[in-house]
Write a protein that binds this ligand. Structure first.
Ligand code: SAH
Ligand code: DHB
Ligand code: MG
Length: 223
């Protein structure tokens, strides 16, 4: 077996035992693929990690930046109480339309709201509404804006909130300090902000699996 075949096999084993897809998440993936959406959703075992993090947080409110077909949305929203709220920001009306169908089929349409448009337009409008602080923020959109998303996340959270940033490794490209790529620069700026901000305590972890070699950053909001 090649290295990536081993990663696939281990993900398949962990997912089957610990984080199996059910009819609703399977249908969400099937319909997202049928609609031609890019297959860059989190894996099932990563979705389960997000769900566990939401539960550990005792989350009542979750903000997601980057909905795609709503797959990660469903995993996280399932951790919310019936009166909880998840707001997910998505640039593409086509992605949002697929996501809304998947979310409704999951019975989560009372809990989840998808707001369409560039997140950097939606975030100031959201802040103007003075929403209660979000207990969990999942940043998973255009990586070039990761630092800006992190800054908004700081404004929309409070002590004890958790911020998760996806795709911070990208096969190791994150270590290229001279990279001209927007996603690498945006992610490096976000990592450096986590490391230097007085109100953040964070770390980052490399992962391998079905989606290749990548990773997450986690940051807890301090007082
Ligand atoms: N969180 C999803 C995957 C998101 S993929 C999951 O794991 O299931 C990234 C998404 O971010 C795509 O749907 C893309 O359209 C969206 N996106 C890209 N640029 C954006 C922007 N400026 N504002 C909001 N969403 C954006
Ligand atoms: C891409 C985006 C993601 O959110 C992800 O998890 C993997 C890949 C991408 O745009 O390539
Ligand atoms: Mg991602």
């Amino acid at each position: 077996m090649s290295e990536s075949q081993v990663w696939d096999a281990v993900d398949a084993y962990f997912t089957a035992r610990l984080a199996p897809d059910d009819e609703v998440t399977t249908a969400a993936l099937r319909d997202s693929e049928a609609a031609g959406l890019p297959q860059v959703n989190v894996t099932a075992n990563q979705g389960k990690l997000l769900q566990l993090l939401a539960q550990i947080q005792g989350a009542r409110t979750i903000l997601e930046i980057g909905t795609l077909g709503g797959y990660s949305t469903i995993w996280m929203a399932r951790a919310l109480p019936a009166d909880g709220r998840l707001i997910s920001l998505e640039y593409s009306p086509r992605h949002a339309e697929v996501a809304l169908r998947n979310i409704a089929r999951a019975g989560l349409d009372k809990v989840v709201e998808v707001r369409v448009g560039p997140a950097l337009d939606s975030l100031p409008l959201l802040a103007d509404e003075n929403p209660p602080p979000f207990d969990l923020v999942f940043i998973d959109a255009d990586k070039a804006n990761n630092e800006h998303y992190l800054e908004w996340a700081l404004r929309l959270t409070s002590t004890g909130s958790l911020i998760v940033v996806d795709n911070v490794v990208r096969s190791g490209r994150v270590v290229d300090a001279d990279s001209a790529e927007g996603d690498v620069r945006g992610t490096r700026s976000a990592i450096e902000l986590i490391g230097s901000h007085p109100r953040l305590s964070g770390t980052a972890i490399q992962t391998v699996g079905t989606k290749g070699y990548d990773g997450f950053a986690l940051a807890r909001v301090l007082a």
